[in-house]
Write a new protein. Structure first.
Length: 170
């Protein structure tokens, strides 16, 4: 069953209110910066997921995030962010997206890497993120969301010691 979640509609001012991370006039996609125009609407919910039986599914398509990937790999590594509204965004790389792309440059509560098994279930989380440099305590929030979905299999937590806090999480 699809969890109820109403995606917030925010105006440009609120959506890009994070001067300590990115300028409100620019959006980073991969290694390029794009100027935001008044009529431009960025769909920041593209990678929003819900968890069912330990498998992350995209809200927009209802497909697992591993859909379309080769099935021969034993484990699949992806990235995630937990936004300020406690919504998880995940992506298993097919191209060069970064954590800040998933959050559209906004502050986040947590960011890191996720490891999925061959069935697509979450098996490991880490706080490794070069953009946000979160502390390890944020992983507890993500585990709580996963457990709240009814998934109780063990999830290994891999703590990455961050060198500095260039960009803060909230």
């Amino acid at each position: 069953m699809l969890p109820d979640y109403e995606f917030p509609m925010e105006d440009k001012e609120d959506a890009f209110h994070s001067p300590d991370i990115y300028s409100p006039d620019f959006y980073r996609m991969g290694d390029a910066y794009y100027e935001i125009e008044e009529h431009c609407v960025i769909d920041k919910n593209e990678y929003a997921v819900f968890i069912h039986n330990g498998i992350p599914y995209y809200y927009k398509t209802l497909l697992p995030i591993t859909d379309g990937l080769p099935t021969d790999s034993k484990h699949r590594k992806g990235i995630f962010v937990l936004d300020r509204k406690n919504l998880l965004h995940m992506y298993v790389p097919r191209s060069g997206l970064h954590h800040s792309d998933l959050a559209v440059g906004e502050p986040v509560k947590c960011a890191g890497e996720v490891l999925l098994n061959k069935n697509g279930e979450i098996t490991q989380l880490s706080n490794k993120s070069g953009h946000y440099l979160p502390g390890s305590e944020c992983l507890d929030r993500v585990v709580d969301i996963i457990e709240d979905s009814g998934y109780y299999k063990p999830i290994k937590l891999s703590i990455h010691k961050q060198k500095s806090a260039r960009r803060a999480t909230i």
